[in-house]
Design a binder for this molecule. Sequence first.
Ligand SMILES: Cc1ncc(COP(=O)(O)O)c(C=O)c1O
Length: 255
Amino acid sequence: MSELDEIVNLIKNKYKNLDLKGLHAHIGSQIFEPKSFEDEIEILVRELALVNERHGINLTELNMGGGLGVKYTEEDCPPSVQDIADMITGSMKAASEKYSMPLPTIYIEPGRSIISTSGVTLYTVGSSKKVPNATKYVAVDGGMADNPRPAMYQAKYTAEVANDIKNREFEKVTIAGRYCESGDIIIENINLPKLYPDDILCVYNTGAYNYSMASNYNRVEKPAMVLVNNSQSDMIVNRESLEDLIALECVPDRL
Ligand SMILES: Cc1ncc(COP(=O)(O)O)c(C=O)c1O
């Protein structure tokens, strides 16, 4: 008996308050290869058919999970949502015919792709340090607290300078954060116009996970968030203040 059979039996015989509607799977984040979804659909529809055959239950819903890939760097080439939708509907029809099953209601969990590329982070450049025979470090006024992904699992990003950079030479640098940790690196070895203090560095594709993962590491205030649309800009998260940071702290009466 498969694990799925065991679960179906449990729902049928023990947890009768549960209404088994369909199957859900999640094959991972940053899926760039539509064929992965095709393979997933083939397996899931086969399982729908097996549940029907062995248990007489007609499952009508199929949740394929996520997560659609987004472009963090030039190497990332995500297929368009339209291409993925066409592939999913085509594969679903083919698999349903193959296993003589009615088409289920399809759900997907697009995850970060809904919002990720609509966000950028603007850092102000601070000091630089050239390490002999190694990279040049350029420090910015943020880092692993507003974006822990590079420090946690070496996530890659790309960046550009947002202010006027006419006639500047390019050089390879590593963008370091302000949090006093050796892992506090935002981008390693990126080719950028020579950076000077107060330049604005724009790091792309930070609309998903960054704010939700942000922390007050080393007691630093979280940055503000601004919505920019059709030449209008509005504050949607205020910059944190020192007062906000200590708002929950209290001094015992006896002191
Ligand atoms: C169940 C489930 N669905 C969807 C996603 C997709 O999210 P994302 O593409 O943002 O990683 C995840 C993330 O791991 C997940 O756990």
